[in-house]
Design a protein around this ligand. Structure first.
Ligand code: MLT
Length: 214
């Protein structure tokens, strides 16, 4: 595998601060979340790959049979493929000494959740915006307790709140520290998401645990 296996955007930043991985939603690309990343983590290194699955011209991270019905075999394969590339990219860009945070939106939130559940253990913080439970039964991998934030749209009909609740339970059962926040929104990204993630990323890991879910 080479660095160009995943087309990607790389914005080098302050080497003394965490690298932020960005995972776009269905139909997005490596540029979609760059401005969002710059807003929530100004001056920090951003690494944003493009999903390699093509669904009728739309970029995705893994295949689905229909809306909300996922190809779990492809999800497992794509998660491992991405994990392998992330390690390669961190070596190539000399990022191994920087803590690693990540944020994903929708389909990007779901590949991020599955990276954690399939044991990608290099993430210290992961923010999932409008995530879903994918019913992927990870083989009992115990995570090294990453701090996770799930941002749920109160009126989201694509990634409904009860699916995010199931994901929160699954992540918690695997040892993640889970904070779930419901925002007054549908599936769209909002200023509230930006504010919540800015706070989540800024807090030192030790302080996060006292943050109430709300
Ligand atoms: C999507 O359309 O991207 C869904 O919201 C989530 C997914 O398919 O992973």
């Amino acid at each position: 595998m080479t660095l160009d296996h995943f087309p990607h955007a790389f914005h080098p930043g302050d080497p003394s601060k965490p690298t932020i991985l960005l995972f776009h939603g269905t139909g997005g690309d490596e540029h979609d979340l760059i401005r969002f990343g710059q807003a929530v983590a100004p001056g920090q290194t951003l690494l944003s790959p493009r999903g390699r699955v093509d669904e009728a011209g739309l970029n995705r991270w893994f295949r689905r049979h229909e809306e909300g019905v996922f190809d779990l075999e492809d999800l497992k394969f794509r998660t491992n493929e991405l994990a392998q590339w992330l390690h390669l990219a961190r070596v190539e860009y000399s990022l191994l000494d920087q803590p690693l945070y990540a944020l994903g939106y929708s389909n990007g939130a779901n590949i991020l959740a599955n990276l954690l559940l399939q044991g990608f253990e290099h993430l210290q913080k992961a923010a999932m915006i409008r995530p879903m439970f994918t019913d992927q039964r990870a083989p009992g991998i115990t995570l090294p307790s990453p701090k996770t934030l799930l941002l749920v749209g109160q009126h989201d009909t694509i990634c409904p709140p009860d699916s995010a609740e199931k994901l929160a339970e699954e992540l918690t059962s695997k040892g993640a520290v889970v904070q779930m926040v419901r925002v007054a929104a549908g599936h769209e990204l909002t200023q509230a998401d930006l504010a919540e993630i800015s706070n989540f990323l800024a807090l030192s890991p030790g302080l996060d645990e006292n943050q109430p879910s709300h």
